[in-house]
Ligand binder design. Structure first.
Ligand code: OFO
Length: 166
């Protein structure tokens, strides 16, 4: 049986994952409206992944005798200065999520809940992969600057990454 404190903290994390899914969907929609088809596809796929992260927590919490409850989420930003700027935002968001996961791991150990600490390792690993993925994408955007040809290629590359991931 999961402790009340961990139940509350996991419910908070469910909100963070749901919020992530919505943030990436709003970003994907902006990309689509701006004609960045590849980036849109990539971010729609990423939005789906975040929903899966949320569901994984929902199932786990209910399995452990808790009650996963959805909360009110904020409206995500709908407009961005540029595609490069948008990916800067993605990186910042992922760094925030990693910190939240770390806090959950700390709490699981404090509560001596090794099952939850073990379950959370999947998220720890996932955050390493996501930060590394977005940092490599950001490097390319920083190199591309405002160069239209380079941005066109980057957009195509993101579309291919999304397809490879499906
Ligand atoms: Fe849920 O992994 Fe990104 O945020």
């Amino acid at each position: 049986m999961i402790s009340k404190d961990l139940e509350k903290a996991i419910n908070e994390q469910i909100k963070v994952e749901e919020q992530s899914s919505r943030i990436y969907m709003a970003m994907a929609s902006w990309c689509e409206a701006e004609g960045y088809e590849g980036a849109a596809k990539f971010l729609y796929t990423h939005s789906d992944e975040e929903r899966q992260h949320m569901l994984k927590f929902v199932y786990y919490l209910n399995d452990r005798g808790g009650h996963a409850q959805l909360q009110k989420v904020e409206e995500p930003d709908a407009k961005f200065k540029s595609l490069g700027d948008l990916f800067e935002e993605v990186m910042k968001h992922e760094q925030f999520v990693s910190k939240e996961i770390d806090k959950l791991v700390d709490l699981a150990y404090k509560e001596k809940d090794h099952a939850t600490a073990n379950f959370l390792q999947w998220y720890v690993q996932e955050q390493i992969e996501e930060e590394s993925l977005f940092s490599s994408i950001l490097d390319k955007f920083r190199l591309a600057g405002d160069h239209k040809g380079a941005l066109y290629h980057l957009d195509r590359e993101l579309g291919q990454r999304a397809t490879a991931h499906q």
